[in-house]
Unconditional design. Structure first.
Lengths: 307, 355
C-alpha cells in the first residue's frame, strides 16, 4: 500500500509537469489546429538556458531558491522569444498550405533546436546543482520532498492563472474567438495574427517553467530531454481532449499517474518479463488506445473528423 | 514514363547511356574518390529503396509516417536473428528477405489498422510513438530471454551468399576485381531498379490512383466508392514491405545491427529525402535520397577544414548532418513545397493554388 501511495505521489508530480507542457500543445492546437511539434524542444531550451544561468549564479552567495527563480526569469523571455520566432518563421507563412506542410516544418524546427543545443551546450548532461532544500516529509509510509510539493503547487497556481486569463480577460476572449472562427474574429476587430503569436508566447513561457521543473526533479538536463517529454505531454493533451485547457491539466495528471503506477507494477504483473525500463512505452499505449476508442479525448468535444 | 520527353530514339540513347554509366559507376567512384565513397554510393542506393518505400505512404497516399524506421528495423533484426551465430540459425537470404518483407508488412497492418481513421497529424504522432516503441523493445528484449541482445546488438550477421558466391569476398570476373562493395552495389542497384519499377507500376495502377484520390480529398474518394480504410492499409503495408527488405540488406551488408541504427532521426532523415526530392514523384525521391546521403558525408570534410582554419573542430560533422536535415525540411516547405524535382502534375497544382 505504501508503494502504491508513493507511486501515486510520484505520478502526481510528474503529471503536473506534463500538464504544464500539455497546455502549450493544447492552446496552440485549440487556436489553429496545428500540432506544434517543436514545443518539447522549447521545454529543453528553457531548461538549458535556466541551468546555464543557475550555474553562473551558483557562486554568488545568493540563497538557492532565489538563484533558481532567477534562472526561471532568465529562461522565460528566451523561450517566449523563441516561441514567437518559431511561429513567425515556420508556421505563419504556411497557414494556408496543405496540412502536411506545417507539420513537416515543425519537425524540421525541432531537429534544428536539438542540434543548436548540442552546438551550444555539447552532448553531455548538464547537472542541476543542489540548491533547493532537501527536506522530506513522511505521509502514511510514503516520502514527499519539498520540491515535489512545490512543483505540484506551482503548477496548480499557473494553471489557475491561465484559466483566469483565458476565461475572464479581454485577451482570453479574443483567443477564444480566434479559436472558434478566425475570420469572424477578424471582422470583430481582433488582430488574429497577434493573438496567435501571443498564444505561442504564453505556451513557450509555460514550457520554460516546466523545463526548469523537470531538470530540478531529475537533477539534470540534456539536449534530448525535450522530444520524449513533448510526446508525453502531447499524449496528455490528447487524453484530456486536445484544445481543451482543463482537459490538458487532467490528462497530464492522469498520464503521470498511469505511467508511474504502470512502471511500478509491470514487473509484478508480467511475472518479471517486463521491467520498469518499459516506462516510456505506457504513454504511447495510452495515446493509441485513446485515439482509437475516444479520439475526442476524455473531456473534449468531437473533433476527430478530417478538417 | 518518359522523363526525357521528345522523340523515342533519343530517349533510348539516353537510357542506354545512363545504364552504361550505372554499370561502371562503382569503378569510377572507387578510382576517383576511393572506397569510402563507394560505400556511400551503396548506402545511397539503400536509402533510395527506403525513400521509395516511404514515398508510397507519404507521397502517394499522403499519410505522414514518422515511424518508418521501425519497419526497417524489423527487417534488419529478423535477418540478423535468423542468419547469425546469435541463435546459431543460418537461413539463406532468399528465404529471409521475403520473410522480412512479410513480417514488416504485417507490422505495417498492425500499426495501420487502429490508427488509419485518424487525422493526418495524429497519425504522425502515433507512428512516431510506434517507432520509439519498437526501438525500446529492441533495446530491452535481452531479458529474460535474450532475443535482440539489447543495446550491444547482434554481431557477425551472415553476408548474402549465392551458393558459394559470398558477397563479402573478392572475386575476379573477366579479369576485373570486384570487392564486396562493388558486389553489394550491383545487388542494391538491381533491387533499387526493381523497386522503381514496382513503384511506377503501382502509381499507374487502380490502387495508385486510389491513393492519390485519398491524398487529395478523402471524403470525395470515399464517395467515389474507394474503400479508403483498406487502400490506406495497403499503402502502409506496401511501404513497410520495402522497409523490411532494405532492413535485411542493411543487416547483411553491415554484418551488425543494433538499436542505435533505428532512431527517430533515421526516420526523419528518410522523410527528409522524400520531402526534398518531391513527394510522390519517383525520380525526385531517388534524387533526394542520393543527395541527402552524399551531402552529409561531404560535410565530414568540414572537420578537416575547421582543423586547418582554427586548429580545432568546433562543429561536429554528425551534428551538421542533422542540422542540415532540419534546415532542408523547413526551407523546402517554405520556399519550394513541391520539392526539387516534382511531378509535373503536382507542380501545376501547387502553382495554381498560389495564383
Amino acid at each position: 500500500m505504501d508503494i502504491f501511495l508513493q507511486q501515486l505521489i510520484n505520478g502526481l508530480v510528474l503529471g503536473s509537469i506534463y500538464a504544464l507542457v500539455a497546455l502549450g500543445y493544447t492552446m496552440v492546437y485549440g487556436i489553429m489546429q496545428l500540432i506544434n511539434f517543436a514545443h518539447g524542444e522549447v521545454v529543453m531550451i528553457g531548461a538549458m538556458v535556466a541551468l546555464t544561468a543557475i550555474h553562473a549564479l551558483a557562486g554568488s552567495g545568493l540563497p538557492g531558491p532565489v538563484i533558481v527563480l532567477l534562472g526561471v526569469l532568465v529562461s522565460m523571455p528566451v523561450c517566449m522569444a523563441l516561441g514567437a520566432g518559431i511561429e513567425r518563421i515556420a508556421y505563419r507563412p504556411l497557414r494556408n498550405a496543405p496540412r502536411l506542410a506545417p507539420l513537416i516544418t515543425a519537425i524540421g524546427v525541432s531537429i534544428i533546436l536539438q542540434q543548436l543545443a548540442v552546438l551550444i551546450w555539447g552532448r553531455d548532461y548538464l547537472r542541476f546543482p543542489p540548491l533547493l532544500p532537501e527536506s522530506r516529509f513522511h505521509v502514511g509510509g510514503a516520502v514527499i520532498s519539498a520540491l515535489q510539493i512545490f512543483i505540484v503547487v506551482l503548477s496548480a497556481l499557473i494553471m489557475a492563472g491561465l484559466w483566469f486569463l483565458v476565461n475572464r480577460t479581454k485577451l482570453g476572449r479574443a483567443m477564444r474567438a480566434t479559436s472558434q472562427n478566425p475570420q469572424v474574429a477578424r471582422l470583430m476587430g481582433v488582430n488574429t495574427d497577434q493573438i496567435i503569436s501571443i498564444t505561442f508566447v504564453i505556451g513557450a513561457g509555460l514550457a520554460a517553467v516546466a523545463g526548469v521543473m523537470v531538470s530540478a526533479y531529475y537533477h539534470l538536463a540534456h539536449h534530448l530531454m525535450g522530444s520524449m517529454l513533448g510526446l508525453k505531454a502531447f499524449t496528455a493533451a490528447v487524453l484530456g481532449g486536445i484544445g481543451n485547457l482543463a482537459g490538458a491539466m487532467m490528462g497530464g495528471v492522469m498520464l503521470g499517474i498511469i505511467e508511474s503506477l504502470g512502471a511500478g507494477y509491470i514487473g509484478d504483473l508480467s511475472g518479471g518479463f517486463f521491467g520498469s525500463h518499459y516506462q516510456d512505452v505506457f504513454a504511447f499505449f495510452v495515446l493509441i488506445v485513446v485515439l482509437v476508442f475516444r479520439p475526442s479525448g476524455l473531456f473534449g468535444e468531437r473533433v476527430s473528423d478530417r478538417a | 514514363m518518359n522523363i526525357f520527353g521528345g522523340n523515342k530514339e533519343k530517349a533510348w540513347i539516353a537510357y542506354f547511356a545512363i545504364g552504361a554509366l550505372l554499370l561502371v559507376m562503382p569503378f569510377l567512384i572507387n578510382w576517383g574518390l576511393g572506397r569510402f565513397w563507394l560505400r556511400i554510393i551503396d548506402f545511397a542506393l539503400l536509402y533510395a529503396m527506403l525513400a521509395l518505400g516511404l514515398n508510397i505512404v507519404v507521397g502517394f497516399a499522403g499519410l505522414l509516417d514518422l515511424g518508418y524506421v521501425a519497419f526497417y528495423a524489423v527487417g534488419a533484426y529478423l535477418y540478423a536473428i535468423l542468419a547469425s551465430p546469435h541463435f546459431g540459425i543460418h537461413l539463406p537470404f532468399w528465404a529471409l528477405l521475403p520473410l522480412g518483407a512479410g513480417l514488416a508488412g504485417i507490422f505495417g497492418v498492425l500499426l495501420g489498422a487502429p490508427t488509419l481513421k485518424l487525422r493526418g497529424d495524429y497519425l504522425a504522432i502515433v507512428t512516431l510513438g510506434f517507432g520509439e516503441i519498437v526501438r525500446i523493445f529492441m533495446n530491452n528484449l535481452d531479458r529474460p530471454i535474450n532475443i535482440t541482445n539489447g543495446p550491444q546488438g547482434i554481431n557477425l550477421v551472415d553476408p548474402i551468399r549465392f551458393g558459394e558466391f559470398s558477397l563479402t569476398r573478392k572475386h575476379e570476373i573477366f579479369g576485373v576485381t570486384l570487392t564486396d562493395l562493388h558486389q553489394y552495389y550491383y545487388l542494391f542497384l538491381l533491387l533499387t531498379l526493381a523497386t522503381i519499377f514496382i513503384c511506377m507500376r503501382l502509381q499507374d495502377s487502380r490502387i495508385g490512383r486510389a491513393w492519390v484520390a485519398i491524398r487529395e480529398d478523402e471524403t470525395a474518394a470515399e464517395a467515389m466508392g474507394i474503400n479508403t480504410r483498406n487502400i490506406k492499409l495497403l499503402a502502409f503495408a506496401m511501404g513497410a514491405t520495402f522497409g523490411g527488405v532494405a532492413g535485411g540488406l542493411f543487416a547483411s551488408m553491415q554484418a551488425f545491427v543494433s538499436p542505435e541504427s533505428f532512431t527517430l532521426n533515421e526516420s526523419i532523415a528518410i522523410l527528409c529525402m522524400v520531402v526534398l526530392g518531391g513527394m510522390g514523384h519517383i525520380p525526385g525521391v531517388v534524387l533526394g535520397a542520393i543527395l541527402l546521403t552524399a551531402l552529409p558525408e561531404a560535410l565530414r570534410y568540414t572537420s578537416d577544414l575547421q582543423q586547418w582554419l582554427f586548429q580545432k573542430v568546433y562543429i561536429d560533422p554528425a551534428n551538421l548532418r542533422m542540422l542540415l536535415f532540419g534546415i532542408v525540411m523547413v526551407a523546402t516547405m517554405l520556399f519550394r513545397p513541391e520539392g526539387l524535382w516534382p511531378s509535373p502534375q503536382r507542380q501545376r497544382e501547387l502553382t495554381d493554388r498560389e495564383a
